[in-house]
Design a protein around this ligand. Sequence first.
Ligand SMILES: [Zn+2]
Length: 440
Amino acid sequence: MYVLHPSLVVTMDKNMRILRDVYLGITNGVISEISKEKPKDAEEIVELPGRIIIPGLINAHTHVAMVILRGLKDDVDLMTWLNKYIFPAEACLNADDVYYGSLYGISEMLSSGITTFNEMYYFMEKIAQATIETGVRSVLSLGILDLVSEDRTPEKEIKKAHDFLGNLEKLWNIDKKLKERLFFAYGPHAPYTCSEELLRRVAELAKKKKVRVHIHLSETKSEVQQIKEKTGKTPIQYLESIGFLGENVMAAHVVWPTENDLQILSHYKVNVLHNPISNLKLASGIAPIDKMFSYNINVALGTDGAASNNRLDMFREMHLAALIHKGNNLDPKIVSAREVLKMATINGARALGLENQIGSIEINKFADLVVLNAKKVISAWPKHDIYSRIVYAMDRNAVERVMVDGKWVWVEGKPININIESLRERIQEIRDHIEHEIAT
Ligand SMILES: [Zn+2]
């Protein structure tokens, strides 16, 4: 048994237990013991005096390879940003670009303690490969959309998703452990880029296969308007009317729900993935998270892609999530630091359907852990309420080590499995190439 001995463990379990001076025993990548006494069968004990251990953070919505497009265009709205800048740039990306971008993006995520990410993009095999090599976990949904060009059809889009699933299955067959690190989901991009037929078929297939569906939903006012003009319904009412909604749906953004929409989301137990920085930067708006809480909707936290953030940093995301709703509602009591850390851990696990495996520190869950050193952040002192300290006073510099599946993947400012220096050069070459392509 491999044993960690920190000063404090923030479990995020059902009782929100905070444990002082305990031993965390890890066997085959799983937390096998939590005890006050030194475990008898300890093979190695890592003393972590003064350190705080929290569960690995879960980035509930991202497009990891978009780090390549960071800062490509700032300070424009979503539709301009997508149509004029992002889609043309993405058309220049090849599979290798997405692979290197993913390696870099995952490294960046590790720097703020993210151990699992919920991904939607393309060249998904390459993102799977980057997940394997970096040692993290991901839920992978190949973005499918049939309304953007004439040659796309629901059949072809579904076939793409299933081809990817077939490739994942091959990986799972080679190494059973990979079935616990790579997860499949359907990724119909959004109600305004997918036909009704595609959405209906995805919903049916997902229910049959018992897998999750990842979709952008009610992100902007113009999306709501567009869907209303087309269907007479809000995007959420529209998805309900075609039998799309359910517990397996992970809806990113949900910035513009009506009261009735919230009742629908609550009724179908749809999971909301909140991305406050991206929503602010693209001026999409502020999602009514406090209202979602009152409807008992599960809300997880994500960064979205680095092209609309411009970081993949859960500490920044948590900080903003804890502040913005207070100011927006003139109510300091809503969206507490504790609730925000739940959004970044156990709520994320629930949204991804992985609440029995990750999201809290409990016996039989995977050892996905973040070791924080509060002394690395000057504002994190003196000691006080731990949720307040993490969300309001710390930043990612506090992240000293990150473990996934019982293995260290980030130690002292560097990923263990990647050479970040050579990767940095590669990323720059890709970016230079894209800028050249767009210019000509
Ligand atoms: Zn997104």
